[in-house]
Write a new protein. Structure first.
Length: 164
């Protein structure tokens, strides 16, 4: 089961190496780049926590990268000190983190179920190419009304477009 339909307002909190070892990425930078594309595509913010230390800042605009001595403890600390832990979607397969996150009313997705295919799909498109979007009849009616049926309003005396 692949999961990618998540609540728009939630922030992803990711167990870095746990997710990394459930992917085909060759290094952390590839993983972070894929997460950055995913975050940009869905207007998400992501915090990924890795075990260990790194002298370089690998963060991007949408992905905050943190190295902690123990990622599991750091993730649980973030949730423990949060005033709204339910805002987080936790990506991990670690049972202890999953149970702790659920006790804090967080949504949990197992690392092996996290779907990167969206970011891969968007990176293969040509520049300027957009995704096909299908609107319902109601959405079409609403947009036509909003844009006045794509009709220009003109001043009858001057035959010039009017401001609306």
């Amino acid at each position: 089961m692949r999961v990618n339909n998540l609540n728009f307002l939630k922030m992803y909190l990711i167990d870095g190496y746990n997710l990394f070892h459930n992917t085909e990425f060759e290094n952390q930078s590839e993983l972070i780049l894929a997460l950055d594309k995913y975050a940009d595509r869905f207007n998400k913010k992501i915090k990924i926590v890795f075990d260990g230390f790194c002298p370089n800042d690998l963060s991007t605009y949408s992905v905050n990268v943190e190295f902690a001595g123990n990622a599991d403890e750091r993730i649980m600390e973030i949730l423990e000190h949060s005033t709204d832990p339910g805002q987080y979607v936790i990506i991990t397969s670690d049972r202890e983190i999953m149970n702790f996150a659920k006790s804090k009313h967080c949504q949990v997705i197992k690392s092996e179920n996290f779907d990167f295919s969206i970011s891969d799909f968007s990176s293969e498109k040509s520049l300027g190419e957009s995704e096909n979007v299908f609107l319902s009849d109601e959405e079409v009616r609403r947009q036509l009304k909003e844009f006045n049926g794509f009709k220009k309003s003109t001043d009858q005396q001057t035959n010039r477009p009017t401001e609306q």
